[in-house]
Design a protein around this ligand. Sequence first.
Ligand code: HEM
Ligand code: HEM
Length: 193
Amino acid sequence: MPKQFTRTYRLWHWLLALSVLGLLATVLLRKTFLSWRSNAEIIQAQLAQLGTGITAENAAIVAKAIRAPMWEWHYTFAVILGLAIALRIYMIATKQAQLPIIVFMKASGSEKLKTGTYMLLCFTIAIMAISGTLLYFHEFLGISKEGAAGIKEFHEWMMQPLILFVLMHLAGVLRHELTTKEGIVSKMIHGGS
Ligand code: HEM
Ligand code: HEM
């Protein structure tokens, strides 16, 4: 049977993809161009050249202030991720979709790799969403500083399997696109009817 993707399914997919790619992009910027450590060094060096001194602590404060508006996007994309998760739960509740683990368990042998990747991808995204929300509200939830530091380390570490599963998904989609005439990517855009 030719594949067809409903409007709700496509909306869910692209909300999820936008939010996850956006969240990863904010981390990339935080670790590169907007890294407070490198920018504090640049600020200190440039001001020294201009003959105005600044302490390392103050340079760090300035560098973090420059980074702050960009990092707000981490939370904006987090809200979009929350919307995508809520939509998937609604789809499951209204029988328009199933839990990824059920799809995996029902899949035939040749579909196991694909559905297994989706199951792990969705599981890792859920873990990121839960740990991120706990981090964001840690004071409100009464989580200690040490507890929050542990959650942050875990949240950051989990990004590695997430990137792996996203890359596996993109490689799988590319392979499907190149080895069949189905046009799966454009179907995910216009539905395929
Ligand atoms: C980080 C970004 C992305 C995430 C998290 C993601 C996530 C997912 C998930 C979880 C599924 C399985 C849905 C289900 O339960 O049935 C899926 C399917 C799909 N995705 Fe993505 N996706 C991303 C990016 C993309 C991109 C960039 C493309 C296109 C170039 C794409 C194309 C597809 C297609 C065509 C399917 C359907 C595959 C099939 O049913 O055989 N995805 N995606
Ligand atoms: C794909 C999903 C996500 C990825 C890949 C991701 C990645 C990261 C990484 C790598 C860090 C550590 C940054 C650093 O200290 O250098 C971080 C911090 C954080 N993330 Fe996420 N995150 C994701 C989703 C979320 C969500 C859904 C929330 C919910 C609000 C969230 C909230 C936070 C918070 C509060 C911090 C701590 C920021 C700070 O200490 O300045 N994240 N995230």
